[in-house]
Design a protein around this ligand. Structure first.
Ligand code: FAD
Length: 368
């Protein structure tokens, strides 16, 4: 066997690529993961807020996928802690969604009904009840809905833990240079070119986040996946003003385990631009202070922006049309952290048994 040959090459070391690598190693496959950056998890998977929502939309099967992934978190967090000594800070903090007027209340009460119908809990609270739970909330709120099953995770730690866990079980990593080309023989990919060197494999997984479409285009398969920029503001306040994730006015506030508070996020379709702007920062700070006036006294720490992989009907999970040895796993948009555990599991099942435990048919990549 050629020394440059491996069973599976994964292109992209974000949370999706690393979750796939981790799940493959658990099933005895030792993949090679390639990332253009010098470390794993430097893009959207680093930038994300780490909120894990108990989805209840009626547009099945997407919410089923989300709920299946959320259910995997407690066991996975414990497994990663034991195997890698990394605490991914999975905390079931719940979300308190605040409303300021009747229209917002109606929208949230509708959401509460949908979640209850799908087996989750939701509690509609008066303003007084909400202040009892979170005294820092503004006196101008009209009420809130508590979603206790929502959780959070520290996503950069999770990517590191998945990569470390995979490496312990034999996954290899080639970091610091992009895949620039594919080598094809008839209708099969047999290798990828990295820094002028060809690396061969039987099967390839494209998990390159918002860059996945540029790679599939090189294989003459145009798939619409592009960047959706999100800006985040990080502040610090002692003692922390919140226990729950709080959302309202189009933003969310995440109290992290390290005492810092994250305010996010914009959704902007501006290409591959990762600038954190004054306007984006101002939007989140203004809304944050309206929700909790004492945030005005917090210490400003940092802003950043990341590029969510946006696909109209994402996520796209399955064999690339026309290729029986190239799998696409991208387009997770706003929920890639939430969906990483189930994506890793299903793609690993597809590659090892051909029979994922949830059907990937609805998520099949389609040519545009
Ligand atoms: C501001 C913001 C807030 C978010 N909040 C949440 C949240 O609260 N909850 C949630 O579930 N999700 C959230 N998300 C979404 C989530 O972060 C993404 O859906 C997820 O990180 C996507 O993971 P990925 O691995 O597909 O992409 P990425 O993390 O972008 O990884 C793709 C990787 O591919 C590599 N790559 C690209 N091209 C090549 C190439 N040619 N060769 C080699 N490597 C290549 C890149 O370097 C990168 O490391 C948020 C995102 C943002 C930006």
């Amino acid at each position: 066997m050629n020394r440059n040959h491996t069973d599976v090459i994964i292109i992209g070391g974000g949370i999706i690529g690393c979750a796939i690598a981790y799940n493959l190693t658990k099933r005895g496959v030792k993949p090679l993961l390639i990332d253009k950056a010098p470390a794993v998890g430097t893009e959207a998977s680093w930038a994300g807020a780490g909120i894990l929502t108990s989805h209840a939309s009626t547009h099945e099967p997407y919410p089923t996928l989300c709920r299946a992934s959320l259910a995997l978190y407690p066991t996975l967090a414990e497994e990663l802690r034991v195997e890698t000594q990394i605490d991914i800070e999975f905390i079931q903090s719940g979300t308190l969604s605040v409303f300021f007027n009747e229209a917002e209340a109606a929208g949230l009460i509708g959401l509460a009904d949908r979640r209850v119908k799908r087996g989750f809990s939701a509690e509609v609270l008066t303003a007084e009840q909400a202040w009892q739970l979170e005294p820092a909330l503004a006196k101008s709120i009209a009420g809130a809905v508590l979603f206790p099953e929502d959780a959070q995770v520290r996503n950069p730690k999770m990517v590191t833990a998945l990569a470390k866990g995979a490496a312990k079980l034999g996954a290899k990593f080639q970091l610091g240079n992009p895949v620039t080309n594919f080598i094809r023989e008839d209708k099969r990919v047999i290798g990828v070119v990295v820094n002028g060197e060809t690396l061969y494999a039987d099967t390839f997984v494209i998990a390159a986040g918002c860059w996945a479409g540029t790679l599939t285009a090189q294989l003459d398969v145009p798939i619409q996946i592009g960047p959706a920029k999100g800006q985040i503001v990080l502040v610090e306040a002692m003692p922390p003003p919140f226990q729950h994730i709080v959302d309202g006015l189009g933003i969310y506030i995440v109290p992290r385990a390290d005492g810092k508070i994250l305010l996010g996020a914009t959704v902007e379709y501006v290409g591959y631009d990762k600038t954190a702007t004054v306007d984006g920062t101002k939007q989140m700070i203004d809304a944050g202070i309206t929700i909790a006036p004492q945030l005005a006294q917090s210490t400003f720490v940092q802003t950043w922006a990341g590029l969510r992989p946006y696909a109209k009907k994402g996520p796209l999970l399955g064999y690339l049309p026309g290729y029986d040895n190239v799998v696409l796993a991208s387009g997770h948009f706003k929920n890639g952290i939430l969906l990483a555990p189930i994506t890793g599991q299903l793609v690993a099942e597809l590659l090892t048994t051909g029979q994922p435990s949830l059907s990937l048919e609805p998520f099949q990549p389609e040519v545009v």
